[in-house]
Design a protein around this ligand. Structure first.
Ligand code: BT5
Length: 249
């Protein structure tokens, strides 16, 4: 049972952030595979400490993963990519809605953000772990666009009805478990192929914004570590390890 995603699942009403709660539990010794789900987050976080709005009606959860292998091989970026694939496939399977992944950490429906992922690394007694936070807009209200994310949606908005979340939650955990086995066994090529198949970003013109500047080019592929390869106008390929990615028309 150890490592199996969801072998232990703890539900909360309101928390600050499921990532914070799970980090504390990890420090207290819970096993990889443990999942925390909350109805509401009062301090839901995106990357770079941005706010993730998490009112009632959304699916807000975090999963603790064993990250020894990916850390040893410098491939922690694949954790977020593979989580996006798990969510996209779970949405497609549960609601027959096409969902695709956007580099590095979003899931989109018709180009609009329906899910954001926050992967954070953590070391507990020399064990390398990852806390993987997943936020899916299900029945909660969403703004049309947010400061760092111009287009957003929810599943209820797409399907025009109130949805039951249990089946989606179970399917996400099931898809994560399938892919966690690939992470643990170091089957990194399968993860990259999975992502390429579900990618919305590849083949698009993109604007990449990093703390040190921005660039525009065509998203060609991802490399073995999950970095985005962007072809510039002069033909040069830039390797982007982190940043915000905007899909251009
Ligand atoms: C993310 O960051 O997209 C990661 C979001 C991770 C949320 C989950 S929920 C469970 C777990 N616990 C946490 O505390 N977090 C994780 P980033 O790519 O940096 O995008 C953040 C930006 O998305 C914000 O600055 C807003 O512009 C926008 N945003 C905020 N709330 C949103 C929402 N509910 N839906 C769509 N976009 C949102």
């Amino acid at each position: 049972m150890k490592n199996q995603v969801g072998h232990k699942l703890i539900r909360y009403g309101a928390v600050s952030s499921t990532n914070e709660v799970l980090k504390r539990l990890a420090e207290d010794g819970v096993e990889p595979g443990t999942v925390v789900v909350a109805e509401v987050q009062n301090k839901g976080r995106g990357r770079l400490d941005r706010t993730w709005e998490s009112p009632k009606g959304g699916l807000w959860l975090s999963v603790l993963l064993d990250a020894e292998k990916q850390t040893a091989e410098g491939k922690t970026g694949l954790i977020t990519l593979t989580a996006g694939c798990a969510v996209a496939e779970a949405i497609s399977n549960t609601f027959k809605l096409e969902a695709r992944v956007k580099w590095p950490n979003d899931v989109l429906i018709k180009g609009k953000k329906v899910c954001g992922i926050l992967g954070e690394m953590l070391k507990v007694e020399k064990k390398q772990l990852a806390v993987l936070g997943i936020g899916v807009n299900v029945n909660n209200p969403v703004k049309k666009g947010y400061d760092f994310s111009p287009f957003s949606t929810s599943l209820t908005e797409e399907l025009k009805k109130e949805l039951a979340m249990e089946e989606l939650e179970a399917e996400i955990l099931c898809q994560l478990e399938k892919r966690n086995a690939l992470l643990i066994n170091g089957e990194f090529n399968a993860i990259l192929e999975d992502w390429r198949k579900l990618a919305d970003t590849l083949g698009k013109n993109v604007r990449i914004i990093t703390p040190t500047g921005q660039l525009e080019g065509m998203a060609k592929d991802i490399d073995d570590n999950g970095s985005l390869l962007v072809k510039m106008l002069d033909g040069k390929i830039e390797t982007i390890t982190a940043g915000d990615c905007e899909h251009l028309a």
